[in-house]
Every structure is written in structure tokens, then in C-alpha cells.
Design a protein around this ligand. Structure first.
Ligand code: G4P
Length: 290
């Protein structure tokens, strides 16, 4: 049986500027009333800052599972239950289309209703709630904030890993968001996290061997979503095939020929990752709650 191969993947995920950003987030968290984490619904574990429980201790929390249009709905429900069991409020959004974003302000007001009552009792009716927005690069933070603010308030479309400064964004007179740079963290404890972030485009795929990444991805699809491989690439994912053999079989079906009898694995790797990015393989989640 083909196993995931990490040998050729040397993932660089913590550029120096992110250390500075991490420090800024630690300092700013003290100033806010609540912390809202935007996660990629396909990889809620890998897209989550492992330090967040410590950093945001005592603060009301909201998790937004974004990109639900690309995630497996059944697995998204499992994640919802998983986080709710930990006392964390959950929202599900597709920030690109705007689906679910309208629930954001009411959810925050409900989450912070004691604070609002406190302000009202003190006669501070117009004192805004301050909420920090956190998320890894490319998770859809700017897209989400712009939809929530109903205007272009945040810079969207950053390249993965490129940071921007923190900025306060006024949603309405009762709510201000603190947008933070998309950061990754030094404590990735496994190659698997790096792989998940690469498959979903939070880390530039060209920093590692794309073919190995795509071959490993094929193995995950074979185990979790074999029908997606049958339907999209017309291949039968046999248990004894390794990831490269699956890529080759798909390349063969697509007619990606280099020379007689030799198939273009690199082209197939790019095609597979690109089609996953575009949602053409269907709604596929890569992580389930443990
Ligand atoms: P960031 O601030 O967290 O770095 O992310 P940003 O909003 O710039 O979004 C990154 C990309 O993800 C954008 O695509 C955006 O349209 C897309 N996106 C954001 N939310 C969702 C969502 O819920 N579903 C889907 N399918 N896409 C989402 P882009 O870079 O402009 O182009 P492309 O990725 O669409 O090709």
C-alpha cells in the first residue's frame, strides 16, 4: 500500500516577519473584547493557531469555518459539534459569495451581550465592541471583512505569506474589528500540517516538491474520497497503488503524454492541485475532529 512520503518535502513556513506579527497579536489581544478565528473549513486543525487557547484565555471566542462551499458538509457539522462542546461559538461561511456573513454581527452581539448590558448600565450606549480577527494567510480574512463591512475595508488577494499591518475597521457604531496580518506559527509540530497548508494554498506550493505533494494528496483522496477520483479522473484507485502511480493513471486518462509511453506527472500534479483549489473535485475536507 502506498504511504504518504515526506522525504522530499522541506517546508519553510515561518518567515521572520511573522515573528513580529505574532508579537503584535499577543500585545493587541489584551485590548479586545472577543477573539474571532477564521479557519479553513477543510482543515480546521491545521489552520488553527495552536497557541490560541493560551493567548485568548478568558476572552469570549467565535470560530468562523470559512470556505464551506469547498468543504464536506457532513464533516463541517462534525467540527461544529466538536467546537461547540468546548464552549466556542461557531459560524459557517462562504465569504466569497457572502453566504453566512450576515450572521456575524448578531452572533457577536449575542456572544458579548453581558458586555453590552454593562455599557448600557454605565450610559455608554455608543461604546463599540472591539473584536480581533485572526487567521492564517489566504484563509479569506479580507474577503470576509469586506463582506461584513459591506465595503472594501481590507486589502484582499494577498500572496500567501505576505503580511500587512494591523488595522481597525468600523463595522457600525457598535462594532470595531481589529484586522491582523495573516500569520503562521513556529510550532507546526508535524509535516502533515505543512502539507495541509500547502494543498489548500496557505503556503506557496512551489516551496516544496509539488509532485510529492500531489502524490500524497492522491493517497488521501484514495482513502477518503475514492469516488471523486473515479468521477473526475476516471481511474480506479487500487489499494496497492502509490501516489505517483495514481497521478500517472490520471495523466494517462487525461492524455498528458510527454513521449511515447511516458506521462507528464508534473502537469497532472498541477492539474490536481488546481482543480482542488477550484472545487472541481467536489466538496472535500481533509481533516476530521479526533
Ligand atoms: P486573506 O485576507 O486571509 O489572505 O484571504 P483573501 O480574503 O485575500 O482570500 C484569498 C482567496 O480566497 C481569494 O481568492 C478569495 O476570493 C478566496 N476566498 C475567500 N473566502 C472564500 C470562500 O468562502 N470560498 C471560496 N471558494 N473562496 C474564498 P483569490 O486569491 O482572489 O482568487 P481565487 O483563490 O478565487 O482563485
Amino acid at each position: 500500500m502506498g504511504d504518504i512520503n515526506y522525504e522530499k518535502m522541506n517546508i519553510q513556513w515561518f518567515p521572520g516577519h511573522m515573528t513580529k506579527a505574532q508579537r503584535m497579536i499577543e500585545d493587541s489581544i489584551k485590548q479586545v473584547d472577543a477573539v474571532c478565528e477564521i479557519l479553513d473549513a477543510r482543515i480546521p486543525r491545521s489552520s488553527r493557531n495552536p497557541d490560541i487557547d493560551r493567548l485568548a484565555a478568558g476572552k469570549p471566542r467565535l470560530i468562523i469555518l470559512n470556505r464551506i462551499d469547498l468543504a464536506d458538509p457532513e464533516i463541517t457539522s462534525q467540527w461544529r459539534r466538536h467546537f461547540e462542546c468546548q464552549g466556542i461559538r461557531i459560524m459557517e461561511t462562504d465569504a466569497k459569495s457572502g453566504k453566512g456573513v450576515n450572521n456575524f454581527v448578531p452572533a457577536l452581539k449575542e456572544l458579548l451581550k453581558d458586555k453590552l448590558a454593562d455599557y448600557a448600565a454605565k450610559g455608554q450606549k455608543n461604546r463599540p465592541l472591539k473584536v480581533m480577527i485572526l487567521g492564517i494567510p489566504n484563509v479569506g480574512k479580507s474577503t470576509f471583512i469586506n463582506k461584513a463591512a459591506r465595503r472594501k475595508a481590507a486589502i484582499a488577494g494577498d500572496k500567501p505569506g505576505v503580511t500587512r499591518g494591523k488595522q481597525w475597521i468600523t463595522i457600525d457604531q457598535s462594532l470595531c474589528l481589529l484586522d491582523t496580518p495573516g500569520i503562521l506559527w513556529p510550532k507546526f509540530d508535524s509535516q502533515e500540517v505543512g502539507e495541509m497548508l500547502s494543498i489548500t494554498n496557505a503556503i506557496k506550493a512551489d516551496v516544496l516538491d509539488k509532485e510529492t505533494l500531489a502524490a500524497n494528496f492522491m493517497l488521501r483522496l484514495r482513502d477518503m474520497y475514492p469516488d471523486a477520483l473515479r468521477e473526475r479522473y476516471k481511474i480506479e484507485p487500487e489499494p496497492e497503488m502509490n501516489g505517483f502511480e495514481l497521478l500517472e493513471a490520471a495523466a494517462k486518462k487525461r492524455g498528458f503524454l510527454v513521449s511515447k509511453g511516458e506521462y507528464d506527472i508534473e502537469r497532472m500534479a498541477n492539474t490536481l492541485l488546481g482543480e482542488y483549489h477550484d472545487g472541481k473535485l467536489g466538496r472535500i475536507s481533509l481533516e476530521k475532529p479526533k
